[in-house]
Design a protein around this ligand. Sequence first.
Ligand code: FMN
Length: 201
Amino acid sequence: MARIAIVYHSGYGHTAKAAEHVRKGAAAIPGANVTLYKAEDLAAPDKGPWDELARADAIIFGAPTYMGSASGGMKVFMDAASKAWFTRAWANKIAAGFTVSGSLSGDKTVTLQQFATFAAQQGMIWVSNDQPSGYNATTTDFATAHNRAGHFLGLGVQALTDLPADQTPDRYELETAERFGKRVSEATLRWARTPAQAELA
Ligand SMILES: Cc1cc2nc3c(=O)[nH]c(=O)nc-3n(C[C@H](O)[C@H](O)[C@H](O)COP(=O)(O)O)c2cc1C
């Protein structure tokens, strides 16, 4: 059994939708127990379910990209997590990250780099996105591509800015999110193995 926490911020619901699909994929792996947390419920170091995060085997960070980096709501949570940094509460947990933005690129890589740096500061083990670029050759189809924009540091999802969250991101972006969740679950289950389990494997 592995406990996986997903902490996310979403201003307008698109990242919340992506988070739900990361959760769905992660929870599809037997033995994974996955819980969603809103960043705004963890905005101060002494308030909110910090003890649950301390017990998790993995924490996945998710935020929209606003003005070229993680949204302010997510950054408030990240700054509040400095208490976990002081106590090394998250050291050696699995970490991964995802972001949603309006443009195909939209500087999402900056947000993923921000999450990877944050995880490294916390002493966590970063898990990448292993899905190949779905749209990078004449033989590939943009509309049905998974990992359409080719993000590997983490999951990058496009949500068109003039559509509500029940219409965007599209099916292929959400399937990409599910596959990413599965990968993090699988990595966590391998990493979280007790020495006794590892001997039997
Ligand atoms: C304040 C603000 C800044 C934004 N900055 C970017 C950006 O830098 N790059 C981009 O591609 N989209 C940008 N967008 C679009 C959002 O990333 C996009 O609408 C996203 O789906 C919002 O996610 P949410 O519904 O979870 O808040 C911005 C939107 C807002 C409101």
